[in-house]
Design a protein around this ligand. Sequence first.
Ligand SMILES: Cc1cc2nc3c(=O)[nH]c(=O)nc-3n(C[C@H](O)[C@H](O)[C@H](O)COP(=O)(O)OP(=O)(O)OC[C@H]3O[C@@H](n4cnc5c(N)ncnc54)[C@H](O)[C@@H]3O)c2cc1C
Length: 401
Amino acid sequence: MDAEVILVGGGPVGLVMASLLAAKGVPCILLDAAAPKTAPDAEDPDPRVLAISPSAREILSAIDLWRRIPADRMGLIRRMQVWDENGAGELVFNCEEIDEPALGYTVEQALLQAAIEPVLACLPTLAIRHGEAVNSMLTSGDMIEVRTADRAYRGRLVIAADGAASAMRDLAGIAVQRRDYRQVALACVARFARGHEAIARQRFLTDGPLALLPMAVPDQCGVVWSTSTQYAELLCAMSPENFRQTLAGKVESCLGEALDYSRRTLFPLQRIEAEEYCRERFVLIGDAAHNIHPLAGMGANLGLQDAACLAEVLLAAREKRKDIGRIHILKRYERRRRPENRIMARAMEGFKYLFEEQTPPLPFLRNLGLDAVDSIAPLKRWFMRRAMGRVDTPRAADNKK
Ligand SMILES: Cc1cc2nc3c(=O)[nH]c(=O)nc-3n(C[C@H](O)[C@H](O)[C@H](O)COP(=O)(O)OP(=O)(O)OC[C@H]3O[C@@H](n4cnc5c(N)ncnc54)[C@H](O)[C@@H]3O)c2cc1C
């Protein structure tokens, strides 16, 4: 046996999973097809800016990662403002309403991934192999084996965190429910004339939401603009001046003029839900298990919750000297995480369709709804707590051993 756990995929979720297990002495090997991430320069930021929920932050703190993210690259979300292109309704969430210091934080995804490498380097039971893509898998008796182009690795359990297009999921024969939204998200980092004041803003346009996430620099925001593929390609081809004007106009110049912006990158949008999360000696986490619309910035947050929950289940079984690859153990994780991930995926889809529908009287009712939710305190608190991951914080997020 090469290691007790073979992890496939070194995105944010796979890296955190490796850290949660190896920090407790579990022998692990992590295989990732890509090269390790390097921290992006402040002048050339990663266009993909993640909103991190307070409960995900607790997981990142428990593995000693949070304090390693440079303070001048970490934004704070104290308030969230949502409004519709067609009407005057508005929904505002404030962290004070639920007695929390922040609704969330923002960090560039590549920066987060680069910051974890030194944490992982200190863990003696973890080996990381970059540039190794797994292409086959075989279970036999109490072992499971995966193969890359160069060699085979054997362990008791394979954890697949290989992203939305998961080849591991296919190798395990797990079916998915898939919906192609026929949309893409254009992501970039933009500077504006006015400071963002730690407010995350989201305007629902007719063809998709446009979000501005407040970053550490007071006039800098992560932009996530979900729209049709055709319009996104047009936006990418626009001259700098045209793009700046269009961007500022689409958010009603709420932060004044757009002054400049980083690279513009496109991501396809889809909903993918794995019909099962595990098989004997095999389990899915993160985007490999569920890929959702980025309109509430929840994808990585849900994946980190998966990692914390699975770590809790595996460590408890290991303490009782049980074989952690057995399906009845892995099902404990699936039972806790799949319903929660499904609720989020469906809620995001519901929001997306509700805001895209322009047939009267929907825009009117929608605006009425925004104002109604805004005025009902318990309903607002329910929304906020769920978005902040305050539903079932797994014990692995707890610093205590
Ligand atoms: C525009 C945009 C904005 C977003 N904003 C937010 C946000 O604000 N908040 C939030 O929580 N989420 C957000 N998300 C979602 C978030 O980016 C994803 O949920 C997250 O990246 C998933 O992480 P992961 O580790 O599961 O998968 P990935 O990040 O996709 O990583 C998969 C890894 O697996 C490796 N791999 C693939 N195949 C193999 C193989 N065969 N063998 C070995 N390795 C392999 C890849 O090299 C990669 O390193 C956003 C997404 C988009 C597109």
